[in-house]
Design a protein around this ligand. Structure first.
Ligand SMILES: C[S@@+](CC[C@H](N)C(=O)[O-])C[C@H]1O[C@@H](n2cnc3c(N)ncnc32)[C@H](O)[C@@H]1O
Length: 241
């Protein structure tokens, strides 16, 4: 029986990771579960072969595996340190052969996969980190490696098309980091997150929602849906026809 994706899933060291993510970016933690829920209830009963892009420390990988037994996953990340933590956090799933963690650059890894070889590709809070040209190529590769009828699920920051609203929301987010991380004296994390935000918000990286949806359509995806949106935090799904 698949485990219900609830709070009790995140215990031990991965629980600490999850709670820190919940503190800094509550919707990222929530979206990790929404991504997994979407996969869990998609074509129920069928065996799925999937790829997770940018698995990080495994916070988004664990609910994917727990939500569906008949699923085999390859989870990739370009950061060796993150992967080491993921392998350690999910060592039982690795030993059971449910998941393999691979240190790889997303685009390079996708290029090495055969056409129409995967049932789904998922990602949580990784694609917005990509440079825009790299992102375009990555999305086209995701389309290529999906089987016809295959699912792409992305939980991510999609910037608001209304620039003034986006700026106000970003400012509010930064203020909340100062409050939350300041309260626990984690100025090291505050520094990292603020520095990272400058990259996310830069013109080469920022992923506005409307152009992102248009791009998905241009690549050939169908049934492109925004299934959840709260500020910039978005669950986007699409099907390869
Ligand atoms: C914000 S973290 C999200 C991690 C995890 N999915 C989660 O929900 O907690 C983004 C991850 O994407 C990875 N990443 C960024 N660019 C990448 C790339 N080009 N190829 C593979 N992984 C990448 C980073 O190393 C990082 O672990």
């Amino acid at each position: 029986m698949a485990q219900h994706i609830d709070e009790n899933l995140f215990t031990g060291p991965i629980g600490a990771e999850y709670r820190m993510l919940e503190l800094i970016c509550p919707n990222a933690a929530l979206l990790a579960r929404r991504v997994a829920d979407r996969v869990a209830h998609w074509r129920e009963g069928e065996k799925l072969e999937g790829l997770e892009i940018g698995c990080g420390t495994g916070v988004s990988t664990l609910p994917l595996l727990a939500g569906r037994d008949e699923l085999h996953l390859t989870a990739i990340d370009s950061a060796a340190k993150m992967l080491d933590q993921a392998r350690s956090h999910l060592s039982d799933r690795v030993a059971a052969g449910r998941v393999q963690f691979v240190e790889a650059d997303a685009l390079g890894f996708l290029r090495g996969l055969a056409d129409a070889s995967l049932d789904f590709v998922s990602s949580n809070y990784a694609v917005h980190n990509f440079l825009d040209d790299y992102r375009r190529e990555t999305l086209a590769e995701i389309f290529r490696v999906l089987k016809p009828g295959g699912l792409f699920v992305n939980g991510d920051r999609y910037a608001m098309d209304d620039r003034a609203a986006h700026l106000a929301a970003t400012q509010a987010e930064v203020r909340s980091w100062f409050q939350k991380l300041g309260a626990i004296g984690r100025y090291d994390l505050l520094e990292d997150w603020v520095a990272h935000l400058f990259s996310d918000e830069s013109p080469e990286h920022i992923m506005y929602l409307a152009p992102a949806l248009e791009r998905m359509e241009a690549i050939g995806f169908s049934d492109i849906r925004v299934e959840y949106r709260d500020g910039v935090d978005t669950l986007l799904t699409a099907i390869k026809p």
